[in-house]
Write a protein of this length. Structure first.
Length: 61
């Protein structure tokens, strides 16, 4: 699958998820907001930590 096809499919699936009556998508979004909220660690440090882990584990498309 080419990059353009994969991106088109991701957009299609995301559209289905967003319009779904299930509340999982909204709950997952809220979880993300809470995880990255400032607390013992700042949002900036949490994002940098997540980026470092993604780079070290080669977690990119």
């Amino acid at each position: 699958m080419h990059v353009h096809e994969r991106n088109r499919e991701k957009r299609r699936v995301n559209g289905l998820v967003v319009t779904s009556p299930m509340k999982v998508f909204a709950a997952f979004g809220e979880l993300g907001k809470q995880v990255y909220a400032d607390g013992a660690l700042s949002k900036k440090h949490k994002e940098l930590t997540a980026l470092a882990i993604a780079v070290s584990q080669n977690c990119f498309d």
